[in-house]
Design a protein around this ligand. Sequence first.
Ligand SMILES: NC(=O)c1ccc[n+]([C@@H]2O[C@H](COP(=O)([O-])OP(=O)(O)OC[C@H]3O[C@@H](n4cnc5c(N)ncnc54)[C@H](OP(=O)(O)O)[C@@H]3O)[C@@H](O)[C@H]2O)c1
Length: 193
Amino acid sequence: MKPKIGIIGSGNVGTALRRGLEGTGYTVQSAGRDPNGLLTTAAWGEILILAVPFGAIDDVLRQVGDTINGKILLDVTNALTPDYQLALGCTTSGAEELQRKVPKAKVVKAFNTMFAQNMSTGKVKGEKLTLFVAGDDGTAKNLVLSAGRDIGFDPVDAGPLKNARWMETLGYFNIQLGYTLKMGTEIGFKLVH
Ligand SMILES: NC(=O)c1ccc[n+]([C@@H]2O[C@H](COP(=O)([O-])OP(=O)(O)OC[C@H]3O[C@@H](n4cnc5c(N)ncnc54)[C@H](OP(=O)(O)O)[C@@H]3O)[C@@H](O)[C@H]2O)c1
């Protein structure tokens, strides 16, 4: 039985992940800013995908409150300042700070190292992208690895949540390649293994 997936944020990432997950048989509900929709989605989903800007996380957490206790919270965000610099450096990560804020949720980091344009297929130019998945709860991590495999990625267990700090740096590098160096969004990382 596939877990019910609630997506908070219906922008580029939320929309792409919804398409990819529904395409492979997951039941998905999404919410944007509407507080009622947000609460309903958070209460309904077994995996909750946090697909909002880094600066909006505290606002979302305030609104969902205890609803997320015990749930898998999939953090796809890149911890960036409004002018696209790394907000937290390399001695922690957005995901680790998130876990500290919601100790009763199971935070998993994934999907932040690629562009939204490639999230619904897991592929670029016909090649599978690597989906790095980091987290401290093995069961939660396995569900996310499976969902990534179902979409079409090559899922790789990236170890404990602490490794999110390197995944977030890799996400930052992806943005540098795509936008600053103008390679575009039809690029992505592949771990040969
Ligand atoms: N775009 C990418 O290629 C990419 C790749 C990897 C990771 N990420 C990360 O994924 C996250 C989402 O990126 P995105 O490109 O999907 O952004 P986006 O297109 O701007 O969408 C963000 C979504 O979050 C909603 N939102 C904003 N503030 C909110 C709040 N306080 N409460 C509830 N919902 C709120 C927005 O609603 P409104 O439409 O009403 O503003 C929108 O639906 C970011 O953290 C980003 O760093 C993005």
